[in-house]
Ligand binder design. Structure first.
Ligand SMILES: Nc1ncnc2c1ncn2[C@@H]1O[C@H](COP(=O)(O)OP(=O)(O)OP(=O)(O)O)[C@@H](O)[C@H]1O
Length: 245
């Protein structure tokens, strides 16, 4: 059942909880005037993400993994249920509150990098800081620092077209983390990369967990990577089960 009375800084197994979803349900209604039933993606789904962990979500195509990440990022609304991150229920946000949440509390990386081609790597990474009102010199400094952490300290001035696929994805990882969000949401971040480059990007994610106490939720079809995460959850038949990959 949805519980909107969660305390802000509750704990689970002695570890602070970063995000808790309860009773999460997503149903697409039948289209009026057309044959066909409603689409139930998931019903009464519960999910707890604890500080510092890296959690993998696996499941067959079309089971709703990306939709779940969109709900957690406040890019979509559930049919029912609550998503508590920090001290607020994300599902009740106004558009302005959702935008602020996406800028401050969550970072996300998608399968495609979505870098702005007319800007340099450093400017792309600085963008979320500029959007929140940080001055340009400070934002560029912070961006350079994060590009150094993802191994691209020598590529600050390159535009996305001058970078390899793996480098582009590392820039998008730096852009997601430059605001130091509570939670990183990653939707198949290695899905568009060859095996060796995918290993570099996933290895980097593991290193950032070790070095910076990152917390992340990762959707992946790569079962080897899923097995290297702290927990694996499988989305199947509308529910989320603890699983081994
Ligand atoms: N507006 C809509 N009305 C009805 N069904 C929809 C609508 N939008 C999305 N869907 C369905 O929701 C399902 C879940 O899509 P989603 O992208 O979340 O799955 P996924 O598990 O991430 O898949 P993949 O692994 O292929 O990326 C799909 O079957 C899609 O057709």
């Amino acid at each position: 059942m949805a519980d909107s009375t969660l305390e802000p800084f509750h704990e689970s197994h002695g570890v602070p909880v970063v995000l808790r979803a309860t009773g999460l349900t997503k149903i697409y209604p039948a289209v009026t005037g057309k044959a066909g039933a409603e689409v139930v993606l998931f019903r009464e789904l519960d999910l707890t993400i604890r500080s510092g962990e890296i959690v993998a979500i696996v499941g067959e195509s079309g089971t709703g993994k990306s939709t779940l990440l969109h709900l957690l990022a406040a890019l979509d609304r559930p049919t029912a249920g609550a998503i508590v991150c920090g001290d607020a229920d994300v599902t009740r946000f106004t558009a302005a509150e959702a935008a602020r949440y996406r800028n401050r509390d969550v970072g996300y990386v998608w399968q495609f990098h979505y870098l702005l081609p007319e800007f340099t790597a450093q400017e792309n990474v600085a963008m979320p800081l500029l959007a929140r009102g940080m001055g340009r010199p400070a934002a560029l400094d912070r961006a350079a620092e994060w590009l150094g952490r993802v191994g691209l300290g020598g590529r600050l001035e390159n535009r996305s077209g001058e970078l390899s696929g793996g480098e582009q994805q590392r820039v998008s990882l730096a852009r997601a983390l430059v605001t130091e969000p509570r939670l990183l949401l990653a939707d198949e971040p290695t899905g568009d990369l060859d095996n060796r480059t995918a290993e570099t990007v996933f290895g980097l994610l593991e290193q950032l967990h070790r070095d910076h106490g990152l917390t992340s939720l990762l959707v992946t079809h790569n079962l080897e990577f899923a097995n290297r995460c702290d927990r694996v959850l499988r989305l199947r038949n509308g529910s989320l089960e603890e699983a081994s990959a």
